[in-house]
Design a protein around this ligand. Structure first.
Ligand SMILES: [Zn+2]
Length: 570
C-alpha cells in the first residue's frame, strides 16, 4: 500500500484562505504527504464527498491545565474538530510550583476560572514542580495535541511566595523569573501568559499574583522570548466596567510586541452595552498598532455569552462592591446576608438603580431562570427575572433573592444580554482578530465554550454569512498556528502534520450544553456535543468518528518551533 490513509473527494479548505477545491489528501504516519488526485492504494480510504476537509482547529485560549491530567481527550473540545489546544492562559498554569504553594495556585484557578477546589485538590496529583516536569507528565497520554504557555502567577508564586500577591518584584526576583521562563521555553513551552484584569482574584480574595507586576517586569519577561526568538505572549487586561482593556493598554501591547519582537495576543475586543463604542475604538487602535509593524493581535469570541450562574458562586456581580462583599461570605452565612433588608437595599441600589458603568448590565429582562430546584417553581423556568417579579408583584431584587433563598441558592439563572450581534459580527470579520477565547476547561457549570469553532462555522458563517468559509477556516487554523509558532500545523500541505477535521458545512453547529457528573469525585460540569462533525484526525490517526472516541491516543506535546527529529514543532 502506498499510503496509510487517503481522504477521497472532499472539499479541501487548506487553511490559507485560498478558494476551496475538490481533491484527495494522503497521509503516511503522522504527516500529510500528498494532495490532489491520489491514485495509490491506502490501508484506509475515507470517502469525504459532501464534506469539508480542513486543518484541525487550534483552540488557543483554554484552561485545560488540570483537566488534561484526568481527561487526555480534552472533552468536549475533541468533538468540535479541535486537534491542538493551548492551556496556561491568563497568567495561570500549574507549573512551576513548590509543594507549599499548591493551595494558592489552585486558589487562583478556583476563583478566576470557576473550577471547584475539591475537584482540583483531589485530582491534581502534583507529580511535578518544574515546568519541564509538568510537560513530561502531560506526555504520558494525550488524545489531542497540547502546546502550553507558562503562567506569570506561577512564576511569581515560585519566586516570591506569599508576597507574590502583595507587591512588585525586585530586580533579582525578576531575574529568577526570567531563568524559570528560559527553562520552560527550552523544555517546549510556547510562550508566557500574564493577567492584570482587575476583577481577577484568588479564592482568598487577594488579587492574583500577576496583577502586582509592573509593566517593566512584563517587558523583562517578554524579553526572554525575544532573546530566544521563540514563543508568544498572551496578556489579559480588563477594566472594571467592561472586561476589555483600556485604550491606553493597546499601546502597552504594541510596546511589548515591538520590544520583544514576539507576537502578543491580547484579551480582548467585545461589545459591551455599558461602553457601546469601545469595541470600535479598540479595533481601530489595534489596526494602528499593527500598522507600526508590531505583531500585537486582539482576540475575540464567537460563542454566546450565556453565563449560567447560581447565587452559590456567581461572578456576574463582582464589579458591584456590596454584591462582591456578600459573594465572598461563606455560602452558609451568605443566605443570612441576602435576607437582611439593609443589605438588600444596597444590593438593589447597585444592581438596579445605580447608573455607573459596570460589567453587570442591570438588564433583569435578560436574566432568565433556567432551572428551578423546587417543583413548585418549575412553571417559572424560561421566564426572565423581570417577568417573574411582575407576576409576583415584587421588585426584581426581592423576586430574584426570595426564589434563590427558598431553593437554598441552587436556582440556576442565565445572563443572556451581554452583547450586540451586529457589533460582534464586525469584530469577528476583522482580518486580524483571533477567533476563540473558548475558556475550555474553565467556568465548568456556567458555560461551555468548547464549541466556539462549530458555532463560528454554523451560526456566524453559514447562517449570518459574516465571511467566506475559507476565511473562517484560516482564522481557526493557519492564523493561530502562525501566531503561536506551531509551524507544522494549521495548513493542508505535504510535509505538514496530519491534524484534520472533516465536517458538513450544511449542518455543522454546536449543541446545547448539558450538565453531567463526570468530574473527579462526581462533581458537575457542562459538556457540549457538536452536529455535523464527521471526524477529528490527530497526527494521522482518527481520534473521534461520528462523535465517538475510537480508542487511540495520538496527541503530543508540541514545542515552540525548534527543529527536532525532522518535525518542526513536535
Ligand atoms: Zn482565560
Amino acid at each position: 500500500m502506498a499510503y496509510d490513509v487517503v481522504i477521497k473527494d472532499g472539499r479541501i479548505y487548506d487553511g490559507s484562505g485560498l478558494p476551496s477545491f475538490t481533491g484527495d489528501v494522503a497521509i503516511n504516519g503522522a504527516q500529510i504527504v500528498e494532495i490532489g488526485r491520489i491514485n495509490g492504494g491506502a490501508r484506509r480510504v475515507i470517502h469525504a464527498d459532501g464534506l469539508a476537509v480542513a486543518p484541525g482547529f487550534i483552540d488557543f485560549h483554554t484552561h485545560m491545565d488540570a483537566q488534561l491530567l484526568w481527561d487526555p481527550l480534552a472533552t468536549s473540545s475533541c468533538f468540535h474538530g479541535v486537534t491542538t489546544l493551548i492551556p496556561g492562559n491568563c497568567g495561570l498554569s500549574l507549573a512551576p510550583c513548590r509543594p507549599e504553594d499548591r493551595d494558592h495556585l489552585i486558589g487562583s484557578f478556583v476563583r478566576v476560572e470557576a473550577m471547584p477546589s475539591q475537584v482540583l485538590k483531589a485530582a491534581v496529583k502534583w507529580e511535578w514542580q518544574s515546568f519541564p516536569e509538568y510537560l513530561a507528565r502531560l506526555r504520558q497520554r494525550l488524545g489531542v495535541n497540547v502546546a502550553s504557555l507558562i503562567g506569570h502567577c506561577a512564576l511569581r508564586q515560585f519566586v516570591m511566595g506569599a508576597e507574590s500577591s502583595e507587591r512588585a518584584a525586585t530586580p533579582s526576583e525578576i531575574e529568577q523569573m526570567k531563568d524559570l521562563l528560559r527553562e520552560g521555553m527550552r523544555a517546549g513551552a510556547i510562550g508566557f501568559s500574564t493577567n492584570q484584569n482587575r476583577r481577577h482574584m484568588r479564592e482568598d480574595g487577594r488579587p492574583i499574583a500577576s496583577r502586582l507586576a509592573t509593566d517593566e517586569e512584563i517587558l523583562e519577561l517578554a524579553g526572554v522570548l525575544g532573546e530566544l526568538n521563540r514563543g508568544s505572549v498572551q496578556i489579559s487586561r480588563g477594566t472594571l466596567g467592561t472586561a476589555c482593556p483600556a485604550e491606553g493598554d493597546v499601546d502597552f501591547f504594541r510596546r511589548l510586541a515591538a520590544k520583544s519582537g514576539r507576537p502578543v495576543i491580547w484579551q480582548s475586543i467585545a461589545h459591551r452595552w455599558n461602553a457601546p463604542e469601545l469595541w470600535r475604538k479598540l479595533l481601530s487602535l489595534a489596526q494602528d498598532s499593527l500598522a507600526t509593524g508590531a505583531p500585537s493581535y486582539p482576540l475575540c469570541n464567537a460563542r454566546l455569552f450565556n453565563g449560567r450562574f447560581t447565587l452559590k458562586n456567581a461572578q456576574n456581580f463582582d464589579d458591584l462592591p456590596s454584591w462582591k462583599q456578600v459573594m465572598f461570605i461563606p455560602v452558609e452565612q451568605r443566605a443570612d446576608a441576602f435576607r437582611d433588608l439593609e443589605v438588600r437595599r444596597k444590593l438593589r441600589y447597585e444592581a438596579v438603580e445605580d447608573t455607573r458603568p459596570s460589567t453587570f448590565t442591570r438588564r433583569w429582562d435578560q436574566i432568565f431562570l433556567i432551572k428551578a430546584a423546587l417543583p413548585k417553581h418549575q412553571h417559572l423556568e424560561g421566564k426572565s427575572v423581570e417577568e417573574i417579579a411582575r407576576l409576583q408583584n415584587k421588585d426584581v431584587i426581592d423576586a430574584f433573592l426570595d426564589i434563590s433563598l427558598e431553593e437554598k441558592l441552587e436556582t440556576l439563572f442565565q445572563n443572556s444580554g451581554s452583547r450586540d450581534e451586529l457589533a460582534t459580527a464586525e469584530i469577528l470579520r476583522s482580518p486580524f482578530t483571533l477567533v476563540g477565547q473558548s475558556d475550555a476547561g474553565a467556568h465548568l457549570i456556567y458555560h461551555a465554550g468548547y464549541g466556539y469553532a462549530t458555532r463560528f462555522l454554523g451560526y456566524w458563517i453559514r447562517e449570518n454569512k459574516v465571511m467566506a468559509l475559507e476565511e473562517g477556516i484560516r482564522k481557526l487554523t493557519f492564523m493561530v498556528a502562525s501566531l503561536f509558532g506551531l509551524n507544522d500545523r494549521g495548513l493542508i500541505r505535504p510535509g505538514m502534520a496530519a491534524d484534520l477535521v472533516l465536517f458538513d458545512p450544511e449542518t455543522v453547529r454546536e449543541c446545547e450544553p448539558e450538565m453531567v457528573n463526570d468530574l473527579p469525585g462526581g462533581e458537575k460540569r457542562l459538556v457540549q456535543r457538536a452536529l455535523g462533525v464527521k471526524m477529528t484526525i490527530v497526527n494521522g490517526e482518527v481520534l473521534v468518528e461520528d462523535g465517538e472516541h475510537t480508542g487511540v491516543f495520538p496527541g503530543r506535546v508540541l514545542g515552540n518551533g525548534k527543529i527536532a527529529n525532522g518535525y518542526l514543532s513536535s
